[in-house]
Design a protein around this ligand. Sequence first.
Ligand code: B12
Ligand code: SF4
Length: 475
Amino acid sequence: MRVKFILPALTEATNPYWRPIKYSLFPPLGLATLAALLPDSWEAELQDEHVEPLHLDDTPNLVVIQVYITNAFRAYALARHYRARGCYVCLGGLHVTSLPEEAAEFADSIFLGPGEDTFPEFLRDWQQRRPRARYVAPARRTLVGLPPIRRDLVKRELYLVPNSIVVTRGCPHHCDFCYKDAFFEGGNTFYTQPVDAALAEIERLPGRHLYFLDDHLLGHQRFAASLFDGMRGMRRLFQGAATVDSILRDNGLLEKAAEAGLRSLFVGFETLSTANLKASNKRQNLGRDYARAIERLHRLGIMINGSFVFGLDDDGPDVFKRTVDWAVQQGITTATFHIATPYPGTEYFRRIEAEGRLLHRRWNEYDTRTVVHRPGPGLTAAQLKEGYDWAYREFYSWSNITRASLAHRSVKHQLKHFAYAGGWKRLEPLWNFIIKTRQLHSMRPLLEAILSKVQGIRQLPQATPADFIPLPLLP
Ligand code: B12
Ligand code: SF4
């Protein structure tokens, strides 16, 4: 039996915003996870359109396509193509879960929610020639007993960060614009791998550098503490994501993470407006001292990738400059700006749609760089787009990269900041050349050098009671 797994890309290579380096970062981990569930004797192939042209003249028995919002139209076209060739087509992923009726038109079977439980069930049904049209993830989800990810199917040389890894699913929070509640609806919304299995997966990865793609690596304190304990001495360097409140908690977890090799953290600051945080149900950020969280990270030598959203209802025309000035002054290394984008299935989408503010449903433009809804009273759509573009230009101007670098106390940290931020955003032609010549892998030692330790771990200031939130009960 031959099975083809496809991660389709946006057909946006002609778009001026197309950044090959951004799309050559991570391999399709979700599909490699599903491929591990196939019977041993089956043949599997994995193609990622972000990094390679698809060959479409084959006729595998089964085609499995992962659908994000922005690649949905491309995914449907590929599904149509393969069905016309007589292949059985499965569609799953975030967008299918949000809009199953839309996806069902193009698939033989669709899958709602995470696939670890449903895909094996489908494979059994399919072999017995009685597959169902729709599979929904059960309420009790588990990562226990999962076979090792089929990393042998990943063309490592095409990625800057082939060692991406996810050891949890979901997140304990419920921000109203996030994909998470819609995707995990009807069951566990935050669960982890057994620690031993996570450590075994890490052991299997060559080299030093890892990127945890978990939504919230510090979300389950007990799990994270054991993971970092287990990683101590492995000499890894890693990056990940976590929330502001978890950084402020004085429970030693951040120190453990730093000791285990954490060198940069993606942090969802999202907005400097309390009204926006409240309206977005981003309770874990409310009343938190962002500056203190940043200071804690910097003291541990952890660089910060700050995430910010523009175009929430409390934003006015001053939001762009205020945010950029603040981020530069705080010494944030890299910033990811987003135009507020209502994803189908989220509370935010329901609200914007009910208020008649959705401009269109061209999902390929729901890329957080395009305005797809009428913003609140303080901004026009044109101001939002212009302000967003300005913010990127301004934050990554050499003068601001220099200014932000100088916010750090040690010269080594300043240099690393400068190299990382400058290298990431300002050397685009060089990255394009490296990708074209298939030399991405040769850049990994440089990345590791930049991520190497900045300084020893120092005593952190004590947290105040306001820095804590109760940890939700987790399975
Ligand atoms: C890594 C990543 C990227 C990478 C690469 C993607 C890749 N190679 O996998 C890059 C940097 C390119 C990227 C870009 C973008 N991304 Co992105 N990305 C992620 C991230 C952080 C991790 C994905 C991942 O590996 N997850 C872990 C694996 C195990 O889960 P999974 O991939 O979802 O797969 C599981 C299920 O979905 C399901 N499944 C999937 N397909 C199928 C098929 C079948 C048949 C079955 C049974 C099951 C199934 O089973 C899998 C195992 O459980 C997610 C956030 C997240 N936590 O998922 C955002 C996320 C997917 N990205 C998102 C967005 C919006 C984007 C961008 C559009 C925007 C932007 N400004 O960056 C761009 C454009 C992408 C494009 N070309 O279409 C959104 C998607 C929202 C939505 N409703 O679709 C997410 C959820 C982030 C967020 N919080 O909003 N992204
Ligand atoms: S903290 Fe992040 S991942 Fe968790 S619900 Fe909020 S936006 Fe989503």
